[in-house]
Each structure stands twice: as structure tokens, then as C-alpha cells.
Design a protein around this ligand. Sequence first.
Ligand SMILES: Cc1cc2nc3c(=O)[nH]c(=O)nc-3n(C[C@H](O)[C@H](O)[C@H](O)COP(=O)(O)O)c2cc1C
Length: 194
Amino acid sequence: MLKVAIILGSSRPGRKGEQVARWVYEIARKRSDAEFELVDIKDFNLPHLDEPMPPSLGQYAQPHTIAWAEKIDSFDAFVFVTPEYNHSTSGALKNAIDFLHREWNNKVAGFVSYGAAGGVRAVEHLRLVMAELSVATVRAQVALSLFTDFENFSVFKPGPSQERAVNAMLDQVIGWSGPLKLFREQQLVASSAD
Ligand SMILES: Cc1cc2nc3c(=O)[nH]c(=O)nc-3n(C[C@H](O)[C@H](O)[C@H](O)COP(=O)(O)O)c2cc1C
């Protein structure tokens, strides 16, 4: 079974991200084509990157990095739930991404964003970051407006089409995850034969 992480990318007290990520998870878990897990970056207590070696070498020294690496390694795909901070993603999410390398490689990502303009500028930045990590990002994305998908800019009340948008994004994420899983398995076989 394919495994998909729904990554909650805001760590702020009172974050709106929690309501959004839980909503995505509840929609996702009705599906039978993958297993889903809600992964909250806050639970991993990652400090600002404190690894002496570049993550691409995979020589992690800190227990928090090892715990985070084991969690991310266990998934075939990711759905990033991201706020928009200063036209980009949150510093906390970028930092959590930067901690690792191989654990992201040759996997799939989709995005759910929220902000005054749907958080779309955060997703544009994340797509560039994902490209550097060899993560395939799907086109379909979910953009939630602080004006129309939240009551009084605080209580999450998504519009009627947004659940469909989540499933359209998940269709693409899961569709690409199987072939990329096969690709990673073939790479493992090839490297063990070297
Ligand atoms: C540091 C910071 C920068 C922000 N910059 C933007 C922005 O560029 N565009 C936007 O639409 N909203 C911006 N906002 C408003 C956020 O979209 C809003 O606070 C949202 O609730 C943040 O998500 P969170 O509550 O899950 O942390 C910003 C908020 C913060 C805290």
C-alpha cells in the first residue's frame, strides 16, 4: 500500500494550519488507494538546522534529525499543508525540509495552501525547493482563501468545491507514486549490483 504523509507546515501557536491539515486528512482517509498519516513538524522539535555535514551525505548526527529522517523515509508521497509567509512558505517548514535529502528523493508531492491569495506564492516557492530534492510535484493544488474559506479570517469553513479539489490533487499524487516507488526499487537493485 502506498503511504502518503500530510505534512502540517506551520508551527505557530494558534496556527490555522491545524484545522486545514485535519480537514485534508479526514478527506484523504476516506480513500482506499493509499494509507495516510498526519505529520506535524512541530512534534519533531527541530531547531534551526544544526547538522555539521550536508544532508545530501546522509550522515545525521542529531537524534531529532534521525527521528525526522525515519518518519519521512517511510512515505511514498507528501501533501504539504503550507501557510503563506511573506510570499513564501513558513521558515519552519523550509527548515524541516532542509534537514533531509535522500528521504525526499524520487517521491511525489502535492500542495494545500492558504492565505489572502490562496497561499499560491508559497506553493510556487515550494515547487522550486522540491525540484532541487528530485521530488515530482503534481499540477493540481488546493488554494484556500482567508476571505472565503475562513469565517472571520479564523474559523475554517471551506467552500463547497474544495473537497473535490483535495481529491483531484490526491488522484495525481497517488497516480504518480506507484511508478516512482518502482523507480526507487529499481535504483536500489542497480546500486546493490555495483
Ligand atoms: C510572518 C507572516 C507573514 C505573512 N505573510 C503573508 C503573505 O505574504 N501573504 C498572505 O496571504 N498572508 C500572509 N500572512 C498571513 C497568514 O496567511 C495567516 O496569518 C495564516 O493564518 C498563517 O498560517 P498559520 O496560522 O497556519 O501559521 C502572514 C503571516 C505571518 C505570521
